[in-house]
Every structure is written in structure tokens, then in C-alpha cells.
Design a protein around this ligand. Structure first.
Ligand code: ATP
Ligand code: MG
Length: 581
């Protein structure tokens, strides 16, 4: 018995010390940091020469040995594996108890372990189990060259150190797993973003196969889709190492193979040895050993199967399955979107076709209307002037009706023709330098006024030329003035004004004292066929096209058109045009 051992009183560990150890170890974020911190923490409480760490493997068949201190020296024993019950660390883990012993009197020794330590001159060991809860995850081993180098009083301190180390290691593992999980989620998210960023189904599928295969380094990835009749699965995308894999378009019945089973049951299958599963179909030309299949779908509908294969045994684990299921979900909803989009595109195309046909039809009809109508109008006009007609008021009256109505039809045909040309983008503009005052006066004289209306026209002297398509601007002014007359059935003043406006622009306004435009209907009057519906105007004829065309024309001239109206009182329409430079 050594002198030291018998004379010195056992030093009880203090609460403060435990607290210290906890705080210091808690600062470590990972295993490396724990290992770096341990020697200084431990040496403050225990007198030792070597410090080692034993950690069990996942399946608890072995423990892995690490030399913590002195770190700089290289020991053969560092990173070695020992059978779980070998030597004193094995004994401590098995008995879940700490111990201070001399190697020669140890209850359990292993030539590879204690034998090796003895060669280093080590005589005494102090070992405490790494325990969290009921779980033993390893042992902390102090060693020294002094005989009976550790005292009984060192045992509780070693136990505390080991327990705190075990907790710190567990936390570090959690932290690490958490970090990994976050990184993985981020990656899945990124990949999903990439996958779903296209609406083209073929592109979507082939890029999905590629992205999944590359990012997760899978041996081979294929995607199968279920046919419309739900009988067959067709290979639609492939990315990976099987050069001679099944060809694109290869079909497999839904009742066969792992892929068929996955599609039919809407359930993933994870096989780490395909030869053990009789659902597996063997193909002569490739040597798959592991396969993981995941259904692709939306809600309860299965669209297809994501299939990953590997030539190795045990290539996949639960994590692969979770990752692939997450991605297959994303793929499923992307696929659904893409399909909806295709459908909308198809029906839109049909609508566009129909609209084109309608436009063409209108264009032909209205064009063909114009020549017979011109003849009718011309004939009516000359008949009115004829002597024998002049003698009969009745005949004149009828002829005027013919002329009026034919003019109306002609206008309508004209408008429809403009529309069809506007829609087909065929309305061509013939821009010239135009005398605006003259044009305005021309347009006004074309409007048939009743005796109840008074027409005023003021044109600023400074206004002269603009660059415009003469006939189209005339059409605009004509429509605005005839609207002003039409929609003021009780008469009143109709005022046309042409003035200088901001910059290089000219403002044309047409005002009336008519029925106005109710606020809730103002939206629609510039729309195609947009008319205000109300009692007073049900007998006022019109097609609701004039303003729609007017706006198109003004916009084509780089101008703007708008209005101001007090229902029941007045309406003023304005439009701007650019001066000729
Ligand atoms: P057309 O195509 O023969 O010109 P329309 O006069 O009905 O037919 P627009 O000129 O486009 O068509 O006018 C659209 C609608 O706006 C009219 O139906 C009318 O309800 C309203 N509106 C237009 N101008 C006035 C106005 N000065 N006062 C009151 N309502 C108006
Ligand atoms: Mg009109």
C-alpha cells in the first residue's frame, strides 16, 4: 500500500466542480470539440497520464477506441475496434459500474487491449461507463504508469465526468443529426423547386429523373407513368448507370413486378435484396440487387412510379425512402399542374380557332355586304331626286327609309370590318400630315342633326396639322358627335372643341347635354359590344362598337381617350393626338 494512499484523506467532489464540468462540456458542439476539451477538464480533477474513450457501435457488437490524451503521440490502438465484452472497458460497460484497478488484478483482460497498455508501461486503470438514461454508449478510461495510481475517491469523479461526457456526446449527435436533417430538407426543397419549375410534362419527368439521380448519387433512376386505361405502366424517363436499361416507351402490365405492385397499391417498396422477393421480375441484362419504388400521385390518384435501382445489396435505407417519397409528392402535384395546363392549352387553342373562324366569317360577310348596300343607297338617292318621286311624298318617305336603313347597315358592316381587321391585326394605318381643323369640320357635317340640337365647334387658331390616318380619325370624331346627338334625345348643345394641350399634343373634346353614363356602367362602354342598358335608350340604335374602335384607333395614334359624365346632365369625351413635327 502506498504512502499516499493511506495518509491522504479522500477529497469529496464538490457541487461547484460538477457544475463546472457540465458547463464546460456543454459548450462543445461536436464530438471533436468534446475530445479537445476533455483532457483539461479531467486533469483538474483526476491525476492521470493517459485518457481514452471507448464508444460502442450502433449494433453494440464492438467498441471503438480513441486516444484522447496525450493526443500528439500516435498509438496503434487509436481507432481500433474491440469486441463489446473485451477487456476492462467491456467489463465496465457490461456491469454498468465504474472501477479503479491495477491491470494485473483486473477481473477481465484482453491481450489486445490490456496487453497493449502494459507495453506502454500502464499499470493502473480508472474506467467509468458512458451512460445516458439506461443506455451505455461506451466508457471513459484513465490510465497511469504509477502502481495503484487511482484511489477509490477518484471513482465518483470519473463517473461524473463520464456521465457528463455521455450527455455531451448524445447532444452533439442530436445536434449533428439536426444539422443533417436541416441540410437534407433544404436540399429536398431545392430539388423540388428545380423539378416543379416546368409545365412541360416530358421535360418535367426527364429533369426530375436526372436531378434525383445526380443529387443523391443513385445508381439508376427511372420514372414510369400509368396509361390512360390504367392497365400498363410506360417508361418515360431514365437517368443513371444502366446504359442498356429498358428502352423509353417500354411497357409493363400494372399487375407485374415491384413497379406494378407499387402503382396498384399506391405504396412504396424497399428491397435491399431483390432475389428474396417474388414480385421482382428478373431481366437478363441487368444485375439489380436493391430496388426502391415510390408511387407518384396526387391525393389518392396514382400517376406513376419513381424507381431507383442499385447493383449493390443493401443500397437503400428508410431515409432514402422518406426523401424519395417527399420528392415523388412534389412531382405528383407538378405533374397534375402540368396536365391541367396542357388541358387548358388545348381548350384555349380550340377557342382561339373558333374565334379566328368567327372573325374570318364576319370579315367576309361584312365585306360582301358593302357593295350591294352601296348600290341600294345610290339607287335610293337618285330615286329621291327623280321628278316623279318628288311628286309623291309617300314615295319620298319610303325612299328615305330605304336610304337611312341601308346607311345604317353600311355603317355596321364598316364597323364589323374594322373589328375583324383589328382583331386579325390587319387594320393598316395610312399616316399622313393632316389638317385637323378641316378634318373636324368634315366629320361634323356628316352627322345628321335634329332640329332640337345645336352644334358648336371651336377650333384654336394655333391648331393646324397632325400626323394621322385621316379616314380613321374622321371615323372617331364622327362616332363621338353622333353619340352626343344620339344620347341627348331631348336635344341641347353639342360642342366640339379642338385645342392645344400639354407638350406637343392636341385635345379634341365632344360635349353634350344628354342622358349621361351611369357610374356603374362606365367600365363597359369602351368594350366590344359594350352598351349601357336603360329605359330611355332602348329605342336608340347602335351596336356598341363605335367607342371600342375609337379607342383602338386613338391608341394606334399614340393618344388617349377618356370621358367625363354627369348622369342625366352631360357627357364630354376627350381624346389627344400628337402634332405633326
Ligand atoms: P355604334 O357602334 O353604332 O356607335 P353605340 O353608339 O351604342 O353603337 P358606342 O359608340 O361604342 O356604341 O358607345 C357605347 C355606349 O356608350 C353606348 O351604347 C351608350 O350607352 C354609351 N354612350 C356613348 N356615348 C355617350 C354619350 N355621349 N352619352 C351617353 N351615353 C353614351
Ligand atoms: Mg356610337
Amino acid at each position: 500500500m502506498s504512502h499516499k494512499h493511506s495518509t491522504e484523506l479522500p477529497v469529496p467532489y464538490k457541487e461547484v466542480e460538477i457544475q463546472d464540468i457540465m458547463v464546460q462540456l456543454d459548450a462543445a458542439r461536436n464530438r471533436d470539440e468534446i475530445i479537445r476539451l476533455l483532457p483539461s477538464i479531467a486533469s483538474a480533477h483526476i491525476d492521470y497520464r493517459y485518457l481514452f474513450l471507448a464508444q460502442t457501435n450502433y449494433r453494440r457488437t464492438h467498441y471503438n477506441f480513441t486516444v484522447i490524451s496525450p493526443g500528439s503521440t500516435s498509438f496503434d490502438i487509436d481507432h481500433k475496434h474491440f469486441a463489446i465484452h473485451a477487456g476492462m472497458p467491456g467489463w465496465v460497460m457490461k456491469h454498468k459500474t465504474s472501477i479503479a484497478v491495477d491491470i494485473r488484478s483486473a477481473p477481465n483482460t484482453d491481450p489486445g487491449f490490456e496487453g497493449y497498455l502494459e507495453k506502454l508501461g500502464i499499470t493502473s486503470l480508472l474506467i467509468a461507463p458512458l451512460q445516458t438514461g439506461s443506455e451505455i454508449v461506451g466508457a471513459l478510461i484513465f490510465a497511469t504508469n504509477k502502481p495503484e495510481g487511482f484511489r477509490e475517491t477518484d471513482v465518483p469523479m470519473a463517473t461524473i465526468l463520464a456521465t457528463q461526457t455521455a450527455i455531451a456526446l448524445r447532444n452533439a449527435r442530436f445536434y449533428d443529426e439536426q444539422q443533417k436533417r436541416v441540410a437534407q430538407l433544404e436540399m429536398i426543397n431545392n430539388i423540388a423547386q428545380k423539378i416543379i419549375s416546368t409545365l412541360d410534362i416530358n421535360e418535367l419527368l426527364s429533369s426530375a429523373a436526372e436531378i434525383i439521380q445526380e443529387n443523391f448519387n443513385y445508381f439508376d433512376v427511372t420514372i414510369f407513368l400509368i396509361d390512360d386505361n390504367k392497365e400498363y405502366l410506360t417508361l418515360v424517363a431514365h437517368s443513371g448507370s444502366y446504359i442498356d436499361f429498358l428502352p423509353h416507351g417500354y411497357r409493363q402490365h400494372i399487375s407485374t413486378g415491384i413497379i406494378g405492385w407499387t402503382a396498384a397499391n399506391n405504396q412504396s417498396v424497399l428491397l435491399n435484396d431483390v432475389s428474396l422477393d417474388d414480385r421482382y421480375l428478373t431481366y437478363a441484362y441487368h444485375n439489380t440487387n436493391s430496388e426502391l419504388t415510390v408511387p407518384i400521385g396526387f391525393n389518392d390518384e396514382v400517376f406513376g412510379v419513381l424507381n431507383v435501382e442499385d447493383t449493390r445489396l443493401n443500397a437503400f435505407d428508410e431515409m432514402d425512402m422518406i426523401v424519395l417519397e417527399t420528392l415523388a409528392d412534389q412531382l405528383g402535384s407538378a405533374l397534375r399542374n402540368a396536365r391541367l395546363y396542357e388541358e387548358i392549352k388545348r381548350s384555349n387553342m380550340r377557342l382561339v380557332d373558333l374565334d379566328k373562324m368567327k372573325t374570318e366569317f364576319l370579315s367576309i360577310v361584312s365585306h360582301d355586304f358593302r357593295s350591294p348596300l352601296s348600290s341600294i343607297i345610290l339607287a335610293a338617292k337618285s330615286l329621291i331626286k327623280h321628278n316623279y318621286a318628288q311628286e309623291n311624298n309617300r314615295i319620298i318617305e319610303y325612299l328615305k327609309i330605304i336610304e337611312d336603313q341601308a346607311m345604317r347597315l353600311n355603317n355596321l358592316a364598316e364597323e364589323i370590318l374594322s373589328i375583324t381587321r383589328l382583331e386579325a391585326g390587319q387594320l393598316t394605318y395610312n399616316f399622313k400630315v393632316v389638317n385637323l381643323p378641316r378634318l373636324t369640320e368634315d366629320a361634323i357635317t356628316l352627322v345628321r342633326l335634329s332640329h332640337k340640337h345645336k352644334l358648336h365647334c371651336t377650333i384654336d387658331e394655333t391648331v393646324s396639322y397632325i400626323k394621322a390616318d385621316e379616314s380613321k380619325i374622321r371615323q372617331v370624331i364622327h362616332n363621338l358627335v353622333s353619340n352626343a346627338v344620339k344620347y341627348s334625345p331631348r336635344g341641347g348643345a353639342v360642342s366640339v372643341a379642338v385645342k392645344d394641350y400639354y407638350g406637343d399634343r392636341i385635345l379634341v373634346s365632344v360635349s353634350d347635354e344628354g342622358i349621361g353614363i351611369p357610374e356603374d356602367q362606365q367600365e363597359k362602354i369602351f368594350k366590344k359590344f359594350g352598351r349601357v342598358h336603360r329605359e330611355q335608350t332602348h329605342n336608340i340604335k347602335g351596336s356598341g362598337l363605335g367607342l371600342w374602335i375609337a379607342r383602338k384607333i386613338i391608341q394606334a395614334h399614340g393618344g388617349e381617350i377618356w370621358f367625363d359624365s354627369k348622369p342625366g346632365t352631360m357627357t364630354t369625351f376627350y381624346f389627344t393626338l400628337k402634332k405633326a413635327q
